[in-house]
Write a protein that binds this ligand. Sequence first.
Ligand code: RB5
Length: 147
Amino acid sequence: MRIAIANDHAAVELKKEIVDYVRGLGHEVINYGTDSHESCHYPEYGEKVARAVAAKDADCGILICGTGVGISIAANKVKGVRAAVCSEPVTARLAKEHNNANIIAFGARIVGPETAREIVKAYLTAEFLGGRHERRVDMIAEIEACN
Ligand code: RB5
């Protein structure tokens, strides 16, 4: 898969580890994140990955900030994006299986590198289950269409 990744200044080191890990799993990575520790603004990075995913320049995205919260809120403002904050792998798997999340987010100040790798692996190996979940995901799109 082609995977868009971005981060703010709080997550530079974890981002590097995750880029290496995802490449090691055989995926292509597009790094939209900062590689500087200088303070920056997480909405810009959430938007970059969200727009890449919405435009289908990437199959899915990974966002990392201090908590995963701000960057996912920003990403979710882009039409067609379903970004899920995950602090452990079960939520990451279910975010794909039930919600067809096209972006996962987590926090470099919340999870360590090993848990982050487990989250990423659980998400990337999961499949959307469709069926009753499809209708619910469609309902999310209907809410979005009313904006
Ligand atoms: C940056 O200090 C921090 O606010 C940001 O990384 C993130 O945690 C926001 O949700």
